[in-house]
Design a protein around this ligand. Sequence first.
Ligand code: BTN
Length: 263
Amino acid sequence: MKDKNCKLNIKVYETLTSTNDEAKALLRASLDNIDTLKGTIIVAQRQTAGRGRTGRAFYSPKDSGIYFSLIYLQNKTHNDLITASVAVAVKRVIKKYFSIECKIKWVNDIYIEGKKVCGILTEGVILNGGKIGYIIGVGLNLYIDNTAPEEISTKACGILNSFTEGKRVINNKGILKQIKLTLIESIAEETYSLLEAPNKDDIIKEYKEASNILGKKITVHSLVNDKDFYEAVAVDITGEAKLVIEKESGERLTLESATVSLH
Ligand code: BTN
């Protein structure tokens, strides 16, 4: 499943505002020799302004999670399935190393037992010739414990929490570093392999099967104004990873982007 031909170039920083910002700056500074950035991954031990979709802050302190951005250059002008492919890649890697079955909340969040463990932020930069270079930011929580603010600890969890009842039992820095590196490399390899896969149907099938909203009542919030929302049922996810919802009136809409919350 892994693309062994994809050579990774991992750059690790102690502190960044956001790995997506650093990756974007690198992309913009390399427009004339863009191919040198293939397989580049920007990693930060901590982010001072980690962010998610709609500009929300992403909690990113040192040793609590893994924060990284992949650079993805492709020959097509656009790709609908980038975030869905990354979500499936993260889900597979968590299953492989921790035997945990995650759920995916459309469009970019990974959940374990009702709590968010990972968020994905995909952004584009226009390259020479009108193509788009993608920055794929992944924030994967390792530990969420009582050092986290309450609004985080009630809604988020870490993958290592499941095994240690919330205690930080891996104190050896070398081992923690190796765990992080293995996860980053595995997620990157799985992601690149899915992004290049000729048949996208299997990706969407897996994405839908892991959905925690399909068939459920949800609240749909506009991306522009969070106070603009309505109730609906999540009916389907299309081949382009769009969400089909049905309003109480029976009207059906296909959403390209929005934020949804579960009841
Ligand atoms: C979300 O929750 O909506 C997405 C969160 C994405 C967080 C990651 S951490 C690495 C990269 N850098 C950022 O500033 N954001 C992404």
